[in-house]
Ligand binder design. Sequence first.
Ligand code: ADP
Ligand code: ZN
Ligand code: ZN
Length: 732
Amino acid sequence: MTVSSAPTYRYVIQVALPVPLYRNFEYDSNELPAVGARVRVPFGQRQLIGICLGESPQPDSRFARKPIHEVLDQQSVWPPALWRLLYWAADYYQHPLGDVLHHALPVLARQGEALSYQATERYEVTDAGAALALTELARAPQQQRLLAALQQRPLLARDVRAGEYSVSAVNALQQKQLICKQRHIPQQQSDWAFGLDAEPLQLNPEQALAVAAIAASRKAQAYLLEGVTGSGKTEVYLQVMAEVLRAGKQVLVLVPEIGLTPQTLRRFQQRFSVPVVMLHSALTDRERLDAWLDAQQGSAAIIIGTRSAVFTPCQQLGLIIIDEEHDGSLKQQDGFRYHARDVAVLRAHEEKVPIILGSATPSLETINNAQQKRYAHLRLTQRAGHAKPAKHVIIDVKGLPLKAGLSAPLISMMREQLQAGQQVLLFLNRRGFAPALMCHECGWLAHCARCDAYFTVHQQAQELQCHHCGSQQRMPRQCHDCGSTQLVGRGTGTEQLEQVLEEVFPEFPVLRIDRDTTRRKGSLQQHLSDARANKYQLLVGTQMLAKGHHFPEVTLVALLDVDGALYSADFRAAERLGQLYTQVAGRAGRASKQGTVVLQTHHPEHELVQDLVNNGYGHFAVTALHERRLTQLPPFSQLALFRTEALQAQAASDALQAIAQLFPSVDGAMVLGPMPAVMERRAGKYRYQLLLQCRDRALRTQLLRHILPRLEGLAELRRVRWSLDVDPQDFS
Ligand code: ADP
Ligand code: ZN
Ligand code: ZN
């Protein structure tokens, strides 16, 4: 049926919209927007920003179409290689294209803001400021540092923040009229010149081999750069980057955590005098769009960012680097669940540029790719400079009395190092005072009413918190079962450990680094620099500390309680323990002092423990990979996980049952479940899972493509929240 009175339009265009539906939408238009351009369209009662996918090949006449309201861009927002990558990602992860494209844009671009620079504010020296001798500010080092920087060149507000200049220094200099704030329209300056600010180091033979191999590659090639902590991977990055930058091309660097960016940034800035942008969460939306434009237009030479930076368009990309490629935070855990490492590898392929995956503890997936010769494998086995490898000690804690998790042999090893003036780092994979609150008389445990989980005691706040749903309660004074007032914490947390350490070693102050002590902006950086400066000899922390931070004076590192990982239901637990152990061990004994790594365990005879300690991560990983092959687990099979959440367990399970029934029975594919998640209840909802395990990726994609368009019709799915996770990393 056609509506005769409707005006006629020349084109029917297809638009991808940010809605959770597995299809695109059609709109009328008199002009044909460029493929990849943003358009503003009506959608129900709302207006949405969508992306033009081109003219509709076969307009669907069942629906009345509306005209688009506005075309926002003259050309595609993305260069062709990135556009192909985004299409690939939507298909590979079986995620709605509209949402994938939406995710790949900075917030302001999603809202329809023009993709151009706006006037921003920046700081400049006044005439007085330019003339002032820096020695005049000797008594105000913060102000001196800022003025010195501004005498070199003006700084955008975002760079002042990124450079960690204090607000009071900014204000003080403004009051003295030495600096002022000016409106400034950024200029496109894609003709930055390459410059070296510092001489490169003399490479050792392994480093030289790695740099030569990568620099010689003329085509897209992936390199696994495997090197223990301190083996000089960063120096390899820097020297490969130098060649790329010299040729006028850009480098995209992905780091797992924003906490690592200032450190990385500093090393890059010390070496190169080229414009660097950082994409991180502390930027305002405007600053983020500007940084994105800097990359897109070629005025940034080096782009550093976390996970989502993998989608940043670059005008002249020459190299991608992923530091700590094994790190779990490269995987997005909600919404569009992509793995930035895997996307980056494909991006490098599409853009025909080399990619370096660096790690001391590569993921088993990446090691497998190297074994299969898909990636070239470069190894750095020596610690740079003269650092010696660490000594490994296992302490069997079975039957030993423990003080907040510390055994007597460990305490005496610690004392020895502390008295010699060295730093000691204790690693505990928990936070809070104690994981649970227990009645000493009857054994009752304080339990979250909404989850299958125990409350965690937070001593400082005097409250109980559920780490799964966030519920909070004041600390009870009495047992809920027997009324006893003898309530004790069970298990050890970083806070309890800190207290016990203060009793055992009263002369050595403790620095605790975990999520609780680093909540305030900048406090992680402050703690890390205090630790590096040896202001504290005793360091206590969670896995935050295991990532890439360098503490030259630490000579003893101990892992107190990791036995849980040895018998975990999660098939990746052993790999993660291996990575954690090795990363933590890497904190010990840099420079000229030999370090010791202590593992306290109830299971010293465990095969994985023995392999790890005696043969190192490389050997351990090969064994673990062999086991994956025998058990047909990734990377030797391909997984996809459907999750549901509902107020009733039955509803969560039924929805997955209905999905399971849609799968045709084919060779090489198995559907497992529905089954309850490891944590069956969270925040009052029941959680279920359905696992699809396939022989290969092609079969998995084929099956998912078959299933997903049919899900919209399932009544069972309307009563639950559901999601699909391709290559799931986490099964909790
Ligand atoms: P990684 O990134 O593998 O942890 P880094 O690149 O940070 O290692 O190097 C560790 C330390 O060794 C740094 O202080 C670095 O300056 C130094 N270093 C690296 N390569 C060399 C070299 N070829 N000669 C001397 N020192 C080096
Ligand atoms: Zn009791
Ligand atoms: Zn809870």
